[in-house]
Design a protein around this ligand. Structure first.
Ligand SMILES: [Zn+2]
Length: 134
């Protein structure tokens, strides 16, 4: 959810303009005593301003609308090699002992790679192992 942008291009520009127009209207209405109208316009201005600056719109999200131009998600299918890549995980344990260049730490106890963020620590022999393997 962190990189959800679904407002872009003309949609975004339109929201900028709407935010500008609504904020002007809000100020005018509030000054002339039309409080309810002014507050509504102000809320709208904030909403559209938010959409335009963050490129995210909750309504777009709910309706599955994306105007950023990336349009349909381009999903590259690795179906053909799917089985092979899945097998790589298994071979990494033995590859560690075979002297293949290691990109990451391996657990001295179970031989599985220790992924960044996984809790690890030295065991009684001073080898780095998974916390669970100590
Ligand atoms: Zn381990």
């Amino acid at each position: 959810m962190d990189d959800t942008t679904n407002v872009g291009g003309r949609d975004r520009l339109g929201r900028f303009l709407l935010a500008a127009v609504l904020s002007i209207a809000a100020v005018r209405w509030l000054r002339s005593g039309k409080r309810k109208r002014g507050l509504l316009a102000g809320a709208g201005a904030l909403g559209f301003g938010f959409n335009a600056t963050t490129s995210y719109c909750g309504v777009n999200d709910a309706l599955d609308i994306d105007t950023t131009g990336k349009s349909e998600e381009v999903s590259i299918d690795f179906d053909d090699s799917g089985d092979e890549t899945a097998g790589d995980a298994d071979t990494s344990a033995s590859a560690g002992t075979a002297g293949v260049r290691e990109h990451y730490l391996h657990c001295a106890f179970c031989g599985e790679p220790i992924v960044a963020g996984q809790s690890r620590g030295p065991n009684s022999q001073g080898d780095i192992v998974h916390e669970d393997c100590e």
